[in-house]
Design a binder for this molecule. Structure first.
Ligand SMILES: *[C@@H]1O[C@H](CO)[C@@H](O)[C@H](O)[C@H]1NC(C)=O
Ligand SMILES: *[C@@H]1O[C@H](CO)[C@@H](O)[C@H](O)[C@H]1NC(C)=O
Length: 335
């Protein structure tokens, strides 16, 4: 029997796949009319996605914001539609996870086409530049905060899903994965704008108070989703935000280190939060993806991934102008 909640240092996507497969065997009955019963390789019927540019797959195209990825080189290697709004040269982590689970591309909430059958396998609410705090990212224009994303899910999507599947959301949602990837912009586009990392204002105490507030809020949002029927969660840790190309290019080393330190503090709070969840959210499963470690390992040792001659190099890599980060290449972009 697997422990209910686990914290894993994920190095290969199939590890997550097997964990999800195992967790999908838990009790979760329903009379819903799920699509393509035999398509999915697991009992996961779809995915609801919340967060920042790590997961956004096109919502910001429909918002008045400078945080956009609908121009090249974004999407240079994306097979379906270049410059779709994903903050990546190719598929993002949600696309890859969907593929492993036998799901189609998860459509962005703000796309007017995302309704009826098209949302029956889940919806992506992620908005680049957004964060856990309501005001995060507002310097870049209009982005959907985590609160707004969850309100959209509850206020619009749930009703449509019930109509589509012919059952109550309490019955259907336990068959969906809830993926949350957010937090980095609360530092990049909020905390560190007010307290530059090399200023005296950046005290440990202040950073810890801010970080505790972030994880306390996140905990409330989990409670909210759980109340609506969510049971299977995937939570992504914050990346080494000090290593983003735009930070390294424009800021002295002390800032790079401060920002990475903040990310590590957030991630350790995240682990405590997840360890506390089973008591408060019975029968829930939470997997934390250690994205920080994955990205740091790639940055430290890119050669096995990039220089393996059996792996065709992407157009972005061949051009030599873009920096590899995670599943894609951030062209000096933002979170
Ligand atoms: C799914 O698979 C089951 C068992 O193999 C089969 O009986 C059923 O007809 C299949 N459903 C569809 C929609 O293909
Ligand atoms: C986090 O801080 C904001 C702004 O001060 C406050 O409104 C909110 O209630 C705090 N959240 C928690 C969970 O403490």
């Amino acid at each position: 029997m697997m422990t209910k909640n686990m914290v894993i240092a994920l190095s290969r996507p199939h590890v997550l796949f097997f964990l999800l497969l195992a967790s999908s065997l838990m009790q979760c009955h329903s009379r819903c009319n799920f699509l393509d019963e035999n398509l999915s390789t697991t009992n996961i019927k779809g995915m609801f996605v919340f967060g920042s540019s790590v997961v956004d797959n096109g919502n910001n195209n429909f918002l008045q914001t400078s945080t956009r990825a609908n121009y090249l080189p974004y999407g240079l290697d994306f097979p379906v539609a270049p410059a779709s709004g994903r903050f990546s040269n190719g598929k993002n982590v949600i696309d890859l996870l969907a593929k492993l689970l036998g799901l189609p591309f998860i459509p962005p909430f703000l796309d007017p086409l995302t309704k009826g059958l098209r949302m029956a396998r889940g919806v992506n609410f992620g908005s680049g530049g957004s964060g856990i705090r309501d005001e995060t990212g507002s310097v870049t224009g209009d982005v959907m905060s985590l609160k707004e994303q969850i309100m959209a899910f509850e206020g619009t999507t749930l009703g449509e899903l019930e109509a589509e599947l012919g059952c109550g959301s309490k019955e259907s949602l336990c068959h969906f994965l809830f993926v949350v990837g957010t937090g980095s912009n609360d530092y990049s586009f909020n905390y560190f704008l007010q307290s530059p990392p090399d200023s005296d204002a950046d005290t440990d105490e202040k950073l810890q108070a801010f970080t505790s507030n972030l994880t306390a809020s996140l905990s409330q949002y989990f409670q909210k989703l759980y109340g609506l029927g969510a049971r299977k969660f995937v939570l992504m840790s914050v990346n080494p935000i000090g290593c983003y190309p735009y930070v390294k290019a424009s800021r002295p080393m002390v800032r790079v280190q401060s920002m990475n330190r903040a990310a590590r503090l957030f991630n350790s709070n995240l682990v405590s939060l997840v360890n506390d969840l089973p008591a408060r959210l019975p029968h829930s499963h939470v997997v934390v993806v250690n994205a920080y470690k994955i990205i740091r390992d790639i940055l430290k040792n890119p050669s096995p991934k990039v220089q393996d001659s059996r792996i065709p190099r992407s157009r972005a890599a061949r051009s030599g102008r873009w920096h590899r980060a995670g599943t894609g290449y951030f062209a000096g972009g933002v979170g």
